[in-house]
Design a protein. Structure first.
Length: 277
């Protein structure tokens, strides 16, 4: 049974009574309940209270626990997908990862929106990030291998004996059709750790705050590698936008990965986080 850990319990058992700055998060409004002007005040305060970038990523993750779930909730505000470029009122798994990274890199909503454009869209030939459906980082494994803010550490931290590799042409289904109408594909070699080899010995090698992406072998036939992603906090807790719970939750990572006598996913990739410049 998945153990959903609330922010309050996290503070009680992990922060102690020593006046940790994380306690402040319980005292401020929830991010999905405030407007953009209020966000400016709190993002600036996060910068002050958590000057270390990765501790700020952790803090903003905790603040966002409880955010209502909503799939495919970001867009370009114009064109074929007019959803907002940045939002905090709802989230799916990738939206949570990317918007949290943008918020942790910013002091205002406007700055976070600009950072989100850098994070969510590939640069063109002139190194400009122009929002469009075609230029999005649609495939998480592609972003992990090629984006300088979500950098793969699976193949560098772990020995080949516990990893597997797959070569796959992203966005190309078994029948040769594109999965998304992008006029784009990319043949990539993906390194991941099979779920049955994940243990505390593996997670102890990870940074205190990093990203985790879940591999689904059944998706390979669609030209997709990753089925889900989130943040791994303190090598133990997964914070992710959960369709199952209808909100962003914090749960034990291993409790989530192991479902009864089997695994939810076939493997995982880990990635480190760099502040958006």
């Amino acid at each position: 049974m998945i153990r959903v850990i609330t922010v309050l319990l996290f503070f009680t058992f992990h922060c102690g009574s020593n006046g940790s700055p994380l306690l402040w998060i319980n005292q401020i409004p929830k991010p999905w309940e405030i407007d953009e002007n209020d966000f400016d005040e709190y993002l600036e305060e996060f910068q002050i209270r958590f000057p270390d970038f990765h501790q700020r990523v952790k803090a903003i993750n905790l603040w966002r626990v409880g955010t209502p779930y909503g799939i495919y909730c970001l867009g370009e505000e114009i064109g074929i997908d007019d959803d907002p470029i940045l939002r905090a009122d709802t989230s799916d798994c990738t939206v949570h990862v990317l918007t949290t990274l943008a918020f942790a890199s910013s002091s205002t909503w406007s700055e976070a929106r600009n950072k989100m454009i850098q994070i969510h869209y590939k640069p063109d030939s002139l190194h400009n990030h122009l929002p469009s459906f075609q230029s999005r980082w649609h495939f998480t494994s592609d972003r992990i291998l090629n984006h300088n803010q979500t950098v793969d550490i699976t193949s560098t931290l772990f020995e080949p004996r516990i990893t597997e590799q797959v070569s796959i042409e992203l966005n190309i289904k078994d029948n040769g059709d594109e999965f998304l109408d992008l006029d784009w594909s990319s043949l990539q070699t993906i390194t991941y750790i099979p779920s049955e080899l994940i243990s505390s010995i593996v997670t102890q090698k990870l940074p205190q705050v990093c990203g985790v992406a879940f591999v689904k072998v059944d998706y390979f036939k669609l030209g997709i590698v990753i089925a889900h992603e989130g943040y791994l906090i303190d090598q133990t807790n997964l914070i992710h936008a959960s369709s199952e719970h209808g909100m962003t939750v914090q749960i034990d990572f291993m409790d989530y990965l192991v479902q009864g006598n089997s695994y939810r996913f076939d493997g995982v990739m880990f990635f480190k986080l760099n502040q958006a410049s």
